[in-house]
Write a protein that binds this ligand. Sequence first.
Ligand SMILES: [Zn+2]
Ligand SMILES: [Zn+2]
Length: 275
Amino acid sequence: MKLTLLGTGCPSVDHKRYGPSNLVTSKKAKILIDCGSGVTQRLNKLKISSANIDALLFTHLHSDHAVDFYQLIISSWHSYRIKPWKIYGPKGTKKFVKKIMDSWSDERKLRISYEARSSVKAFDIEVTEFKSLGKIKIKDINIRYFEVDHKPVKYAYGFYFTNNNKKLTISGDTRPCENLMKFAQKSDVLLHEVFIEGEIKKTNKMRTKKTLHNVQSYHTTSSEVGKVAFITQSKKLVLTHFVPTRFNKTKLKKIVKKDFGKDPIIGEDLLTIKI
Ligand SMILES: [Zn+2]
Ligand SMILES: [Zn+2]
């Protein structure tokens, strides 16, 4: 199995860190997790066609994780997708997909008839909404999904993927929570979000004290993420979803290593990790 970080950023714009998105691949399967801003450009850079993605999984429906959804669908149509899209996500995903597709329906109809491409399968979208806990199998990859704690977001999920006796866990957006500690146990790779509290500049008008407090409190801070990785006995910890996107990497590694006992890997866009 391979994990490729497509976007390691957050809602703030940074041309070096695109919106949150990850790709999990095996010999047979290609699974996309989230579709943040720039996801199709990153796939293109990897020479992977969106026509060949087997499934898209949403961790949650915050816009930074879902904003390029329509771009993904359209690019897959342009790339001659000849199979329906399989989409999995939290409660609300059916409504979200329908609304996005509806908002472009006039433009799409016109395009479909004018461009006369040979397949419209890309617009055939099957959505499955998650229960609180469950399993999915995509070709040779087994997936377990579980709820994480990103409240006030009501439905947010983490995943673990297994293939060839290897385990990859993706935290999604979450504060430290019991479910993640439980389901991420003994991961070969734990991909975890991080909020780097020491790097946030307190500019007066852009962010209030309340903004900082609230944003920090539904994420996992740099002084917590190493503890999470240690408790889960994960072999490797890869950090992503950096808030803020620019920070001192040496300092972050040092803070996390104190708790984890090992250096974490600082995620970068297009970094690929073999699992
Ligand atoms: Zn996010
Ligand atoms: Zn979020």
